[in-house]
Write a protein that binds this ligand. Structure first.
Ligand code: SF4
Length: 375
């Protein structure tokens, strides 16, 4: 009996042409989208798994394919100074260009099985869904939109034409040229600053801190994108007083006091299940340290903390926006976005009245016909 195993032919890779790559002298193609600079032979995929070399070019294999759509409160991104109280149509695809051992979305970011991705999420269908659900914005989230840049840009362009804002939730791990294109289509962003040492990025994410800081400085000094920063506090890994102080002082020095900073709670997941969840006291301590460096807006996240999640006037100390989880409980801003008590400006993108979406989370299916709530 012949015991030789027959090898199944690899499934053909489908995709749309990708941008930002060049040919190397040795015949490989280098992807220039993110600082990993994957060098690919024919049929190989990059580390992110969704960009591959096919017929002498790089293709994006997840164009138009989503891991699911959900209408979320904008506060959940988290964005506390961008159209508060409004609903945002949120979606992601699959894959990621960082390998964080503590990933809190690993079922999506590490997905290599694309069968469950929906196939019909054209930019026009997404705009239609946003309109039908009353969303003021569309968010690229759940996994990092940098790796599906071509799809994100097409969706963002369709949104802009329709008067719908766009939000990128990203680690900012992208090279300068695509960074310019990507963020030129975004109205707001939340940048996931995972820690503040090269050692942390190298050991836990197999990445680098420097390009992320460059992205953050680029956003502040060369774009009009409203952005906020989030750091997931992981006990024993990035939560020392010294690291939080250095991070906060860097924000103060390079960006100024008005960029909101969120410290959110870690829960054991993916390949970091031996570390306990972040105690609420550690979030409060981090917030205190950051406030002492004179940052105006510092928040706690992933825990119930109405004081730590409210927006306070840096002029007179009044509560400007009260929050309980993602629900707005108080609104003391003038129609111009200033403190109703003392007139001090509050940084952000505000309208005369806040939205009333509350903390609902509504999964929806996007289909060729009418969009409908997910079963
Ligand atoms: S985007 Fe993907 S393929 Fe391109 S360099 Fe980064 S990880 Fe590699």
């Amino acid at each position: 009996m012949n015991k030789t195993k027959t090898r199944q032919p690899a499934a053909p890779i489908d995709g749309v042409p990708g941008r930002y790559w060049h040919k190397l002298d040795d015949g490989r193609i280098q992807c220039d989208l993110c600082p990993r600079f994957c060098k690919l032979s024919e049929g190989q995929r990059g580390l992110c798994f969704v960009r591959a070399r096919v017929d002498d070019e790089i293709v994006l294999t997840t164009y138009g394919r989503s891991s699911g759509f959900c209408v979320d409160p904008i506060e959940k991104k988290p964005l506390d100074h961008f159209l508060p109280g409004t609903p945002v149509l949120s979606f992601g695809t699959a894959g990621c260009n960082l390998t964080c051992t503590f990933c809190q979305n690993w079922d999506i970011s590490k997905a290599k099985e694309f069968d469950r991705l929906q196939d019909q999420a054209s930019p026009e269908a997404i705009v239609r869904a946003a309109r039908e659900t009353g969303c003021r914005s569309v968010a690229f989230t759940y996994n990092d939109p940098v790796i599906f840049l071509e799809y994100a840009v097409d969706v963002a362009a369709a949104c802009r034409e329709a008067g719908i804002k766009t939000v990128a939730v990203t680690a900012g791990y992208i090279t300068p040229e695509p960074r310019e294109e990507f963020f030129s289509w975004m109205d707001a962003a939340n940048i996931d600053l995972k820690g503040f040492t090269e050692d942390f990025y190298k050991k836990l994410c197999t990445g680098q801190l420097k390009p992320v800081l460059e992205t953050i400085e680029y956003l502040k000094h060369e774009t009009d994108v409203w952005f906020e920063i989030t750091t997931l506090l992981i006990p024993g890994h990035n939560d020392s007083d010294e690291e939080i102080t250095t991070l906060s002082e860097w924000i103060m020095e390079k960006l100024g006091p008005d960029v909101p900073l969120h410290f959110s709670a870690f829960h054991p997941d993916w390949r970091m299940r031996d570390v306990p969840p972040t105690p609420p006291a550690a979030l409060a301590r981090a917030r205190d340290i950051a406030m002492k460096t004179s940052l105006h807006y510092v928040y706690t996240g992933n825990v119930r903390d109405p004081a730590g999640q409210s927006t306070w006037c840096h002029g007179c100390g009044a509560r400007l926006i009260g929050r309980d989880w993602y629900e707005l409980t108080d609104w003391n801003l003038t129609p111009e976005g200033c403190c109703a008590s003392c007139g001090e400006n509050c940084a952000g993108v505000f309208e005369a009245q806040p939205g009333t979406w509350g903390q609902r989370r509504l999964p929806i299916r996007i289909t060729a016909g009418k969009n409908r709530p997910a079963a």
